[in-house]
Each structure stands twice: as structure tokens, then as C-alpha cells.
Design a protein around this ligand. Structure first.
Ligand code: NAP
Length: 264
């Protein structure tokens, strides 16, 4: 892999994806910013190109659920950007916190389409070029939700189990090739994730992170950059990280309980 990487990031308009873009760019890599919110992407690209030099960031409007649009977006990358070294397949979301039989058809479709089909669309668009060039790295954003289930999050958890299966399966399908495949699986991260889950209900979203210390988007971006810049013979299969206050995937310590000293 070259020292300076070209990194294609889905869901780069917010949260973990935007933090990944900043972290890769800060260490001298070039970032392709893909998502639907063009204004947010343009603003991030202007920041990065202004601070780190023109040609640091490129905006690619993309809905990852559209398989053909994903192929077209990658095929249409301009000269100098087309050789994608790292694909960070990060776009994803959760909708609602209801028992599985009460999830609306729209919410189920959205989670499956973005979290599962979106990743498959990304693989179809980006892996062939990596094979042609004989180098590349696919990094998916899975989750601790891909290791467990919790009440009200069953469909989301199912999609993240699928992301882990897709990631492990891709590594198997790529056996004997130089392409690396990693999953980064965070626990609770404070981003717009809960705001999206609760349809913009700020009070409900803020309560998720109240009185405790979740991961930041930057913490997760550090993990993604670590995977991408590990020595060439190393493949980080999965990097699972939680905030210190999180245990057993779903237990979050809050307030004084977050700093309990055993035996006191
Ligand atoms: P976020 O702040 O809500 O960001 C989600 C990103 O996904 C946005 O940039 C959004 O961009 C993009 N996205 C959603 N639908 C899309 C579509 N159809 N096409 C293209 N992009 C789309 O959430 P986040 O916390 O950063 O989440 C990023 C990833 O981390 C997700 O896969 C999530 O499941 C995973 N994760 C999050 C947490 C957490 O606690 N936050 C924990 C574990 C894993 P547009 O709306 O502009 O398209």
C-alpha cells in the first residue's frame, strides 16, 4: 500500500464517518466523502481542503441503498482519485426502539437497506478495483450490537450481525489475495445516531448519553485509522471497543456507579 492512502468513506457527512475523514486527512491521506447530505459533505471538504491543501477531500453524493448509483459513483471518480486503497463502509442507522413485531415496515426496510444492502453495494462497487490493483482494504462499521441483542433493537442488531457475517465472509472470499478486511465494532458512541433513531426527539436522544461517558466519534476514527495503517502483513479481523463504563455489551454505568471502586 502507498504511504498516503485514498480512502472512500460512506456516511461521511456526520458522526463516525466525518471523524474518520478528519483523522485520515490529518495523517496525510486523501478522502472521498460519500453520503446523501451534500451540504454537510461540501462543508467538511471545504474545511479539509482549506486546512490541509486542495485535493485532500472530494465530495461524492451517494445513497448507499442504490446499487447502480454506488457503481456509478466509484466508476466516475476523477483521475487521481479512482484508485481507492481503503473503503470505510460506515453508513448506517437504527430506527425506533420497539419490539420486533411492532417495527414499521418502513423502519425495517430502511435499516436492512442501508446497513446490510448498503454494505453489499459498497463491496460490489469497490472490491473489483482493489483486486485489479492487487491492493486494498475494506473496513466495515459493525457494532457491539452485532454480538448481542437488546430489547427494542432486534432488527438493528440483526443487521449488525449481518455486517459481521459479511465482513468475515468477504475475508474468506478474498482468501489468498492481498486485500485486507476488518470490522470495527464500537459500543455506545455519542453522535446523531440516537437522534436519528428517535426521529429527531432531542430530549430522548440526549438521555441515552446522560450522566456517563460514551465513546466519541474521534475514538472510533482512531480505531479505523489504526486498522488501515497497521503493517502490511497484519489484518485486524475485528476491533471491538467500548467506553470504560460499558460492560457485557449492554450494561452502562452512570453517575457515581461509573467510577465505583470494588469493595467500597
Ligand atoms: P450518524 O452520526 O447518524 O451518521 C450516520 C451516517 O450514515 C451519516 O453520515 C448519514 O449520512 C449516513 N447515511 C445514512 N443513510 C445513508 C444512505 N442511505 N446513504 C448514504 N449514507 C447514509 O451515526 P454514527 O453513529 O456516526 O453511525 C455510523 C456507523 O456506526 C453506523 O453504521 C452505525 O450503525 C455504527 N455504530 C454506531 C454506534 C453509536 O453508538 N453511534 C455504535 C456502533 C456502531 P446522510 O444522512 O447524509 O446520508
Amino acid at each position: 500500500m502507498p504511504d498516503s492512502l485514498t480512502v472512500f468513506i460512506t456516511g461521511a457527512s456526520a458522526g463516525i464517518g466525518a471523524a474518520c475523514a478528519r483523522a485520515f486527512a490529518a495523517r496525510g491521506d486523501r478522502v472521498v466523502l460519500a453520503a446523501r447530505s451534500t451540504d454537510a459533505l461540501e462543508s467538511l471538504a471545504a474545511d479539509l481542503n482549506g486546512a490541509l491543501g486542495a485535493g485532500t477531500a472530494l465530495v461524492v453524493p451517494l445513497d448507499v441503498t442504490d446499487a447502480q448509483a454506488h457503481l456509478d459513483a466509484v466508476a466516475g471518480l476523477p483521475d487521481g482519485w479512482a484508485e481507492v486503497d481503503v473503503a470505510v463502509l460506515n453508513a448506517g442507522l437504527s430506527k425506533g426502539l420497539d419490539p420486533v413485531w411492532k417495527n414499521t415496515v418502513e423502519d425495517v426496510d430502511r435499516m436492512v437497506d442501508v446497513n446490510v444492502k448498503g454494505v453489499i453495494n459498497g463491496l460490489r462497487a469497490l472490491v473489483p478495483g482493489m483486486l485489479d490493483r492487487g491492493r486494498g482494504h475494506v473496513i466495515t462499521l459493525a457494532s457491539t450490537a452485532g454480538h448481542t441483542v437488546y430489547p427494542g433493537g432486534v432488527v438493528y442488531c440483526a443487521t449488525k450481525h449481518a455486517v459481521r457475517a459479511l465482513t468475515d465472509g468477504l475475508k474468506v472470499d478474498l482468501h489468498g489475495t492481498p486485500i485486507r478486511v476488518s470490522a470495527v465494532s464500537p459500543g455506545m458512541v455519542e453522535t446523531d445516531f440516537s437522534l436519528v433513531r428517535f426521529d429527531g426527539d432531542r430530549e430522548r436522544a440526549d438521555a441515552v448519553y446522560a450522566d456517563t461517558t460514551p465513546l466519541s466519534a474521534e475514538d472510533v476514527a482512531d480505531a479505523v485509522v489504526y486498522c488501515a495503517h497497521a503493517p502490511a502483513h497484519v489484518n485486524v479481523q475485528e476491533l471491538l471497543l467500548t467506553p470504560r463504563v460499558q460492560s457485557g455489551f449492554t450494561m452502562i454505568a452512570r453517575g457515581e456507579a461509573a467510577d465505583r471502586v470494588e469493595g467500597r
